[in-house]
Design a protein around this ligand. Sequence first.
Ligand code: FE2
Length: 358
Amino acid sequence: MSQGLKRIHHVEFVVGNAKQASYFYRQGFGFDQVGYRGPETGFPDQVSYLLEQNNIWLILTTPLRHDDPLNTWLMLHGDGVRDIAFEVENLDEVYSKAVSNGARSFREPTVDSDKRGSIRTAAIHTYGETLHTFIQRDGYEGMLPGFEPAEIKGRGTGLQFIDHVVGNVADRQMDKWVDWYDRTLGLSKFVSYDDNDISTEYTALRSTVVASADRAIKFPINEPAAGKKKSQIQEYIDSNLTAGVQHLAFNTSNILDTIKALRANGVDFLPVPEGYYDNVWERVGVVEEDKGRVKDLRILVDRDDSGYLLQLFTRPLQDRPTFFIEIIQRSGSDSFGKGNFKALFETIEQEQTLRGNL
Ligand code: FE2
């Protein structure tokens, strides 16, 4: 059992300019802005926008005071994910189990209230300077205390829910964090990829996925592996100065329409290497989607024993080569696109070379 973690409640980003970041996620990815919290709603020190698309909630937060610790966070890491928050059944049980099994507390159980009622939250540290907040909603009817409706409609792109959240940790730290998730949150090892699975001639990484029993929560954890040249995971760690969230994968049930819409909105995806489609259908076999459209939209495809998946990755979404987004559609497959790793990493290596980081 996953010890009472119900689902990912939201993911919070710390950004330098939340107003502009909200515009980016609305115009690029089609999120609706639904809520606002800031000085006007009784929170004088920070501004947050709540974005929604189907079952995805993102919060974008900017500190307003020069001495806010979040400004130090931004100086060190740049825009990125600070908190992967879970909705839980029983806050006290989840929090005390995590802390008694070695999680470092960030905030003890607290009541957050506004005129709509109250919720209870607590938070722990995970890898790098990332947090997990636990939220027990207790029937609270608003979004989160302090947020007021501030709706700006986006043009939805079919993003349905957060499929997985990937963390990058330093060399030889992956097993430690896999064990940590098992002990503290009951997320157990689901699948592992070693550097033979994920390598090119030049670079490599290792990855282990921890997941809840129902697999609704899936967290791959990557670490760099030795290669002739610098692993993309090491490039991330060097740019972020510590471990952190590498990407969020958004699930769609119609990736052809989703990628078409995202491309029309100007979302910048990693290019797929020339020649990728020369042999992909031999590897993947029959798919329901129109193969011509898959190729025209430059979408990646992979198959495992249980089915297939289609996926595509954006370039980093900020100037540091850190956080990016994946779009994924699953047709039976529960895996992560192992067959695409090599093609994809050769593309990433070309971009690392242009940045002088290979
Ligand atoms: Fe992924």
